[in-house]
Design a protein around this ligand. Structure first.
Ligand code: APR
Length: 320
């Protein structure tokens, strides 16, 4: 059986890391597409030349031609511009919306059967726009945010509790922005929910609140340190986890920006929710119950995402 084909649209910091991870994990052959001439070709060759030492079998190719992504099984989209210090994800909207139009058309024409994972920010609005521009089925187009936000939350919790991060599960829902909703009640260490761990004296409510806030600000913390761009190792790893769930039909329960129509009281929009990812793409949106406070936070986040979608419609009338 031929290897799966993974197309990476955008060969910048995240795109290059995605290519490296996909090759090392032997998820398939990789095509790196970018408008910047030489960048995808150089990264593809450099990573391919690491193959003999690493011992992976994967072919890598860099290109400026959408025809080269033909028949891709997975497309991961990072094309666009990242944040600089002082910018919010939302500041990227106008520029990246135009990029989503060309990417959506390129995927629709060349890889209409692919599972598409969008990473470009502002995430929830961009994945919505990418779906609209591409016309692909909703269950085959999703956005990577929840896995990353949850991973940041899990990392901070594992340090606070001094336990393996393998035993920390955490859930972050809502839009990928300041209004994201880290759900402490559904986050656990070895199955013990965080509120119980506060009662058991493992941490204090104040410390937990600070970790929740640090999670919300996780992307900005990295932007502030790097100064010239935004995070790329953890975002790439998170998207690869989702791609692997699809390619291997793992039926993983992962939070991601998915199209929700009915669950959680939502009518036809993209936002971060728990999903099952398998060979069918987003096979199910998990309709979890939120308490009053969680619902209020989630509603605020949904409102923020709707505001960005409305702004997209204002910029590009074909979306209205
Ligand atoms: N088509 C294809 N590639 C494009 C296009 C386009 N229309 N426009 C820009 N690009 C390419 C750039 O040439 C660049 O190589 O997208 C790449 C983006 O890479 P970086 O600038 O290194 O950004 P990165 O850190 O990878 O982040 C990409 O993901 O997390 C989000 O906020 C982040 O929106 C940003 C995206």
């Amino acid at each position: 059986m031929a290897r799966p084909k993974i197309a990476l649209i955008g060969a910048g910091q995240i795109g290059g890391t995605l290519a490296h991870l996909a090759a090392m994990k032997e998820l398939g052959d990789v095509v790196l597409f970018d408008i910047a001439e030489g960048t995808p070709e150089g990264k593809a060759l450099d990573i391919a030349e690491s193959g003999p030492s690493e011992g992976f079998d994967a072919r890598l190719k860099g290109t400026q031609d959408y025809a080269d992504i033909a028949g891709a099984d997975v497309c991961i989209v990072t094309a666009g511009v990242p944040r600089k210090p002082g910018m919010s994800r939302d500041d990227l909207l106008g520029i990246n919306l135009k990029v989503m139009k060309s990417v959506g058309e390129g995927i629709a024409a060349n890889a209409p059967d692919a599972f598409v994972i969008c990473i470009t920010n502002p995430l929830d609005a961009m994945v919505w726009a990418l779906r609209e521009f591409s016309g692909l089925p909703h269950e085959k187009v999703c956005g990577m945010a929840g896995v990353l936000d949850s991973a940041r939350f899990r990392h901070f919790l594992s340090v606070e509790f001094d336990v393996s991060m393998k035993d920390v599960t955490a859930f972050v829902l809502g839009g990928h922005g300041d209004t994201m909703v880290p759900l402490t009640r559904y986050s656990t260490v070895g199955g013990i929910p965080l509120p119980d761990l506060v009662d058991m004296g493992w941490t204090t409510q104040d410390k937990l609140d600070a970790i929740v806030q640090r999670t919300r600000d996780g992307g900005a913390e990295i932007v502030g340190l790097l100064k010239t761009g935004s995070a790329f190792y953890a975002p790439a790893t998170s998207a690869i986890e989702m791609a692997e769930a699809y390619l291997k039909d793992q039926k993983r329960l992962l939070p991601c920006a998915a199209y929700v129509d009915g669950a959680l009281g939502l009518k036809g929009m993209y936002v971060g929710v728990p999903t099952i990812i398998g060979a069918g793409g987003i096979e199910r949106v998990v309709d979890i119950k939120l308490n009053k406070d969680e619902q209020a936070m989630f509603d605020k986040s949904v409102e923020a995402v709707n505001g960005l979608v409305a702004a997209c419609k204002g910029i590009d009338s074909s979306l209205a």
